[in-house]
Design a protein around this ligand. Structure first.
Ligand code: HEM
Length: 464
């Protein structure tokens, strides 16, 4: 047996700062270049002397599987990024660990069974119908699909969470989330941060956004808890408030708020990104758009789609999977090693930051031919079976895999089917640059021109 090497290759970067500026300016491009130049495991150094940190990137499917699944206990969410997310958005299912996490997952999992999630379809189709109706008045018959999909997915997740109280929450979330998100991100990637309780302008602005966001959640939660067993709604919040087991008891008010914040955080911009890029890609590839529309029209004719239609829309599902390959909403997933880890013949020392990167693995030439080409045919069941399990992992994997993946696929496919049936899309912006916030975001406009389809033709525009 050969001794694993600790001498992991990587860019030298600038003499004093290492790769800090490259990672800050264009982290995704920096990872792709590093993969091309140094291979499947790369060591970066970043930051000035004295504060210099090391970051290890693992780009192979097998390495991603080891980090997220087979050796997951040795790769914890102890990194600075997750610590900041925890402080901003609470210790909910995305961020908690150990006993807290296991208890929360046991209580929350029953709310995400397939049967339960299928029950959320109506909220999605109702919101999509309103959105499509509003497009009839779009100036120049043009919409920015990122803005539109962000509005749609926020309203859909807020309706599922808050039921009748959706309006009270949407406005506050729209205003406060970007402020808190940017602040969290800045701190997560900065080598030093002033304590959160110092009265700096950034701290104060974020604290006030957090106060406002927490307050609206708390008000709605209080209302549900006051209703107690007499609550008749079946929104997620009522179910969270009622969730209990002999072993785990129930969630208290602040734990419920933490889950709500996590669902809002993890469940809105992510699906918006997938849907927006699916639309953008279809708008650029009319032949794939026509095929996707044919399927939607054939399966649904004029009726509103329902959850059971998902299985009958395989091409739309392939389109979404391919959009998530090219634009994974979580392009990079971070962990920290507990003990030294041996991966692909190298040793990553204990206590180091590690990332796996769907953004890079989804373009790895070993698994994907002509990786930059949009081709939904890659996701036929036969071709999917031939690939390593972690060649495609937009929802993460292992014990901390996304709890919302079925919901997200359901929401996206149903919304896409309704949009394509009602409108033909033509891309105005051919190239949409991206940026990494807490999730992947478009960094420029993603406009599409809309052509309503007539009733005899392939679809119909809903009437308000
Ligand atoms: C396209 C849409 C989505 C993508 C790409 C996505 C991606 C991910 C990824 C990569 C993780 C793992 C993070 C890690 O390992 O560090 C994750 C976890 C999670 N996601 Fe999603 N997500 C999506 C939609 C949703 C939705 C709609 C919800 C909820 C309504 C949701 C809730 C969660 C939660 C609660 C976790 C933590 C699960 C756990 O640790 O047990 N996500 N998601």
């Amino acid at each position: 047996m050969t001794t694993p090497s600790t001498n992991i290759p990587g860019p030298t970067g600038l003499p004093l700062l290492g790769s800090m500026l490259d990672l800050k300016r264009d982290s995704l491009g920096t990872y792709l270049n590093a993969h091309r130049e140094h291979g499947d495991i790369v060591r970066f150094t970043a930051g000035p002397p004295g504060l210099r940190v090391e970051l290890y990137a693992v780009f192979s499917a097998e390495g991603a599987q080891q980090v997220l699944a087979t050796d997951s206990a040795n790769f914890r969410k102890d990194n600075a990024f997750y610590q900041e997310v925890r402080e901003s958005f609470g210790n909910g299912l995305l961020t908690s660990q150990d006993e807290d996490y296991l208890r929360q997952r046991r209580l929350v999992q029953p709310l995400f069974t397939r049967r339960r999630v299928d029950g959320y379809a109506q909220a999605v189709t109702g919101e999509t119908a309103s959105l499509l109706a509003s497009w009839r008045d779009a100036p120049d018959a043009t919409v920015d699909v990122v803005d539109e999909m962000t509005r749609l997915t926020l309203r859909a997740v807020a309706r599922i969470l808050f039921g009748v109280d959706v309006e009270a929450a949407v406005d506050v979330v729209e205003r406060c989330f970007p402020v808190i998100g940017n602040y969290t991100l800045q701190r997560g990637y900065s080598p030093v941060n002033p304590p959160r309780n110092w009265p700096t302008p950034a701290n104060r602005k974020a604290a006030s956004a957090m106060d406002e966001l927490y307050a609206v959640c708390d008000r709605i939660i209080e209302k549900r808890r006051a209703d107690g067993d007499s609550a008749t709604g079946d929104d997620l919040l009522t179910l969270l408030a009622q969730a209990e087991s002999a072993e785990d008891g129930s969630l208290d008010a602040s734990e419920i708020r933490d889950q709500v914040l996590v669902f809002l955080l993890a469940g809105h911009e992510t699906t918006a990104t997938s849907l927006a890029f699916a639309l953008h890609l279809l708008a650029r590839h009319p032949e794939h758009q026509a095929r996707a529309r044919d399927e939607a029209v054939r399966v649904l004719s004029g009726r509103t789609p329902e959850a059971y239609d998902l299985d009958a829309l395989p091409y739309l599902t392939q389109v979404l999977k391919e959009a998530m390959r090219l634009y994974p909403a979580g392009p990079v997933i971070g962990r920290q090693t507990v003990a030294a880890a041996e991966i692909g013949g190298h040793t990553i020392p204990a206590g180091k930051d590690v990332i796996v990167a769907p953004w890079v693995t989804h373009r790895h030439p070993r698994y994907w031919e002509e990786p930059e080409r949009f081709d939904p045919e890659r996701f036929t069941p036969e071709l999917e079976k031939e690939r390593p399990r972690y060649a495609w992992f937009p929802f993460g994997g292992g014990p901390r895999a996304c709890i919302g993946q079925h919901f997200s696929m359901l929401e996206s496919v149903l919304a896409l089917s309704m949009i394509l049936r009602a409108y033909e899309l033509e891309a105005v912006d051919l190239d949409v640059p991206v940026d990494t916030g807490i999730t992947l975001r478009a960094a420029g406009p993603a406009r599409c021109r809309l052509r309503p389809l007539d009733k005899e033709g392939e679809g119909n525009v809903p009437n308000g």
